[in-house]
Ligand binder design. Structure first.
Ligand code: FAD
Ligand code: PYC
Length: 417
C-alpha cells in the first residue's frame, strides 16, 4: 500500500499515468436495437437515461451523442442554479430540479460541487424594484425561498459592489434566493453518465443522428453515422439543434437558436462569494472555485449555430461588469466562448409528446436549462416510460402554442432575450 501511494506514484498520476484508475463509463458500440434511444448526451439527455433506469426500471437504453459527452451547452454554461420563477407551472418544475440537485452528489455518489451561495438580482430603478417585489411575493406564495434586500444589505453581502448613488445605474435594492448558487457543470454530466452506465445504459459518443425513421406515423429508430439503430421509443434532447432534429421527423418547432456567450477572467483570490445578476446593466458574475470571475451576456440578437464569441458582446459584458465592480478594471480576460441556446416564444421549455407516436422532445430551455437538468430528466423519463407527461411537465407541452397557454418567463430568464 505504502509503495502504491508513494510520492513518486502521486507525481506520475498527476502527469497523466493513471495507474489503477477505472473508467467512469464504458464506450460501447451501438447495438442494432434498443427499447429507448435518447438523442443528445448533454445533462438533460443523460439525466433522462439515468432516471429511466433508476425510477422506471428501463435499462435497454442508448444515449447517442454526436460529439463528446457534455460538450454542448452543458459544458459551456455559467452554472447558475435557482428556482425563483414567476408562474406556478415553472415553480413546480424548477423547484423539483433544485431539490434533486440538493441530493444529487449523494444520489450519484459523485461530487457535483453544489455551492448554495445565493443568487442576487439587482434593481437599478423604481420599475425594477416594483417588479422584484411582485416576483418575490409570487415565489414565496409557491413556498420557495426569496427575499427583497435593500442596497445596504446587498453591500454588506458583496462589499466589492459599487452602490454609489452617482453610478450610471445605481443599485437601489435587489432580490435574493439563498438556496440558489452554482454547481460544477462537467461534474453533473460525468456523475449522471457514470450512474447511468452503471445501470446498463449505453452511452455512444461520436455518433450523429442523421435521420429519424418512421413508419405509419410512429417512430421506429434513427439513422446515425455509425449505422441504423432501431428503437421502440426515441427522445430528442439536443438543445440548440432541436429544430434540425424535428425537421428530420417531419414537424416544425416554435424554437429559435441563438448564440449565447460567456467569459472568465484570470484567477484571483476569493473576492465574491455569491452570484450577482443585473438584467438592467446586463451582466452576471460569480467566482469559480479556481478563482476565475465567470461572466455572461444576453443572447446574440441573430439566429445561428455558431459556438463562439464576438468582440462587441465581450465589450458590452465587460463594460457592464466595470459599472458594478470598478475593482475588476485591471483584470485580464482569460477565455471566452459561446453555446447555442434554443429559445421558445415564452422563454419556457417544451417537454412532451410530438406529432409522431413514441417520439418525445425535451427542448427550449434556452439560456436557463442547466438549473433544470435533474428535474428535466426526471419528468422526461416519466413521460417516455409512461407515454404520458408527469403533472409537472404537462403544462409544457408542444400544443400550448396552438392553445395559447403560454408560460411567459422572459422576466425570470436572468439574461436578456
Ligand atoms: P446540451 O448540453 O447542449 O446537449 C445537447 C447535446 O445534443 C449536445 O451535446 C449535442 O452535441 C447533441 N446533439 C445535437 N445534435 C445531435 C445529433 N444530430 N445527434 C446526436 N447528438 C446531437 N443555464 C442555467 O440554468 N444557468 C446558467 O448559468 C446558464 N448559463 C449559460 C451560459 C451559456 C454561455 C450558455 C450557452 C448556456 C447557459 N445556460 C445556463 C443554459 C444551459 O446551458 C442549457 O439550457 C442546458 O445546458 C441544456 O442542456 P442540454 O442537455 O439540453 O443541452
Ligand atoms: O438562468 O440563471 C440563469 C442564467 C444565468 C446565466 C445564464 N442563465
Amino acid at each position: 500500500m505504502a509503495a502504491r501511494y508513494s510520492i513518486v506514484s502521486l507525481v506520475r498520476n498527476a502527469f497523466g499515468y493513471h495507474e489503477g484508475w477505472q473508467r467512469a463509463w464504458r464506450s460501447p458500440d451501438p447495438k442494432e436495437r434498443y427499447h429507448v434511444v435518447v438523442i443528445g448526451g448533454g445533462g438533460h439527455g443523460l439525466a433522462t437515461a439515468y432516471y429511466l433506469a433508476k425510477e422506471h426500471g428501463v435499462t435497454d437504453i442508448a444515449v447517442i451523442e454526436r460529439g463528446w459527452l457534455g460538450g454542448g451547452n452543458t459544458g459551456r454554461n455559467t452554472t447558475i442554479i435557482r428556482s425563483n420563477y414567476l408562474w406556478d407551472e415553472s415553480a413546480g418544475i424548477y423547484e423539483k430540479a433544485l431539490q434533486l440537485y440538493e441530493g444529487l452528489s449523494q444520489d450519484l455518489n459523485f461530487n457535483i460541487m453544489l455551492s448554495q451561495r445565493g443568487v442576487l438580482n439587482l434593481a437599478h430603478n423604481l420599475h425594477d424594484l416594483r417588479e422584484i417585489s411582485r416576483r418575490v411575493n409570487a415565489i414565496r406564495l409557491n413556498g420557495i425561498d426569496s427575499e427583497v434586500l435593500s442596497a445596504e444589505e446587498i453591500k454588506a453581502m458583496v462589499p466589492i459592489l459599487n452602490i454609489s448613488p452617482g453610478a450610471r445605474y445605481p443599485v437601489l435594492g435587489g432580490s435574493l434566493q439563498r438556496r440558489g448558487g452554482v454547481a460544477r457543470h462537467d461534474a453533473v454530466a460525468w456523475g449522471l453518465a457514470r450512474a447511468a452506465d452503471a445501470r446498463g445504459v449505453d452511452i455512444v459518443q461520436n455518433c450523429e443522428v442523421t435521420d429519424i425513421l418512421r413508419e405509419g406515423g410512429r417512430v421506429t429508430g434513427v439513422e446515425t453515422t455509425r449505422g441504423t439503430i432501431m428503437a421502440d421509443k426515441v427522445g430528442i434532447v439536443v438543445a440548440g439543434h432541436s429544430s434540425v432534429l424535428a425537421a428530420m421527423a417531419g414537424f416544425r418547432m416554435p424554437v429559435e437558436s441563438h448564440p449565447l456567450q460567456a467569459l472568465v477572467s484570470e484567477p484571483i483570490k476569493p473576492i465574491l462569494d455569491t452570484v450577482v445578476m443585473s438584467g438592467t446593466v446586463h451582466v452576471y458574475v460569480s467566482q469559480s472555485d479556481r478563482g476565475e470571475l465567470v461572466m455572461g451576456a444576453g443572447i446574440d440578437g441573430h439566429n445561428g449555430y455558431t459556438q463562439r464569441g464576438s468582440l462587441p458582446v465581450i465589450e458590452h459584458m465587460v463594460a457592464a461588469a466595470m459599472e458594478l465592480f470598478p475593482i475588476f478594471s485591471r483584470l485580464r480576460m482569460m477565455r471566452q466562448w459561446g453555446g447555442i441556446v434554443d429559445v421558445c416564444p415564452d422563454a419556457s421549455p417544451i417537454i412532451g409528446k410530438t406529432p409522431v407516436e413514441n417520439l418525445f422532445i425535451n427542448c427550449g430551455w434556452g439560456t436557463g436549462g442547466f438549473k433544470a437538468t435533474p428535474g428535466s430528466g426526471w419528468v422526461f423519463a416519466h413521460t417516455i416510460a409512461r407515454g404520458e407527461p408527469h403533472p409537472l411537465n404537462a403544462p409544457f407541452s408542444l400544443d400550448r402554442f396552438a392553445a395559447g397557454k403560454l408560460i411567459d418567463e422572459h422576466g425570470a430568464a436572468g439574461v436578456a432575450h
